[in-house]
Design a protein around this ligand. Structure first.
Ligand code: HEC
Length: 208
């Protein structure tokens, strides 16, 4: 009996102390379990720790600072990310500028020329991309007979009379922004790849 009771007492005390020791209140942030898991030691844009003593109690750093101090002293405002130069225009990885035409500006878009030089390599890539992104609806041959197209219905036959003379900029715009029953693909396919698909559509599917 006595032993059981003391076991219970110890367990109870242990639990109370255990819970109390985690407590954080007021200025005291409490102890964190395995803090390296959420405080990055490497520079990070979003966890800027400017207090040089933060994490001093477990620091192994050679510069003597707290383990979690990681603000970048070499940059203004101790930022890790620098503000871009004023009026900077972002470019995508392939070097293209943002595509600013709105969905209804199809006529202006039709004047755009394909910036990707046509090579056998580009054509081969265009074919792969067309198969991935377009054939489900438009069919491998472009006749609007893809499996998903059967369900959606009304898919354009890219070999058909109304479409065969579409300018390249027009096709690019439709893929980028969508048209009618076809959704926009601009967020899925980088611009350079869309232009490769356009080459494939023009050179192979709509070959005259
Ligand atoms: C989810 C099915 C679907 C996918 C995927 C799809 N399309 Fe379409 N596409 C359509 C439908 C439906 C239309 C008919 C749009 C309308 O006029 O309502 C269409 C129309 C078109 C047109 C004719 C535009 C016009 O001016 O009338 C072109 C060109 C075209 N698609 C190219 C492509 C290319 C290239 C791809 C691959 C990047 C692609 N589509 C992917 C369903 C699809």
């Amino acid at each position: 009996m006595k032993i059981t009771r003391s076991i219970y007492t110890f367990a109870f005390l242990g639990a109370v102390l255990g819970l109390a020791s985690c407590g954080a209140s007021g200025e005291d942030p409490g102890y964190e379990y395995a803090p390296q898991m959420y405080n990055s030691i490497a520079y990070e844009p979003l966890s800027q720790i400017v207090n040089e003593d933060e994490g001093a109690w477990l620091s192994t750093r050679e510069d003597g600072k707290g383990e979690f101090f990681n603000s970048n002293i070499n940059n203004p405002n101790r930022m890790n990310m620098r503000e871009p130069v004023a009026n900077t225009v972002p470019r995508s990885k392939d070097g293209s500028l943002p595509y600013r035409l709105k969905q209804f500006e199809l006529e202006a878009a039709a004047l755009n020329e394909n910036p990707v030089t046509l090579t056998p390599q580009v054509l081969a890539e265009g074919k792969v991309l067309y198969t991935q992104y377009c054939s489900a609806c438009h069919g491998q041959g472009g006749e609007g007979d893809g499996k998903a197209g059967e369900v959606i219905g009304g898919v354009a036959n890219l070999k058909g009379g109304a479409y065969i003379n579409l300018p390249e900029g027009h096709i690019f715009h439709v893929v980028m922004k969508g048209k009618g029953r076809m959704g926009a693909h601009g967020s899925q396919i980088p611009q350079e790849r869309i232009w490769k698909i356009v080459h494939y559509v023009k050179q192979e599917i709509q070959k005259q």
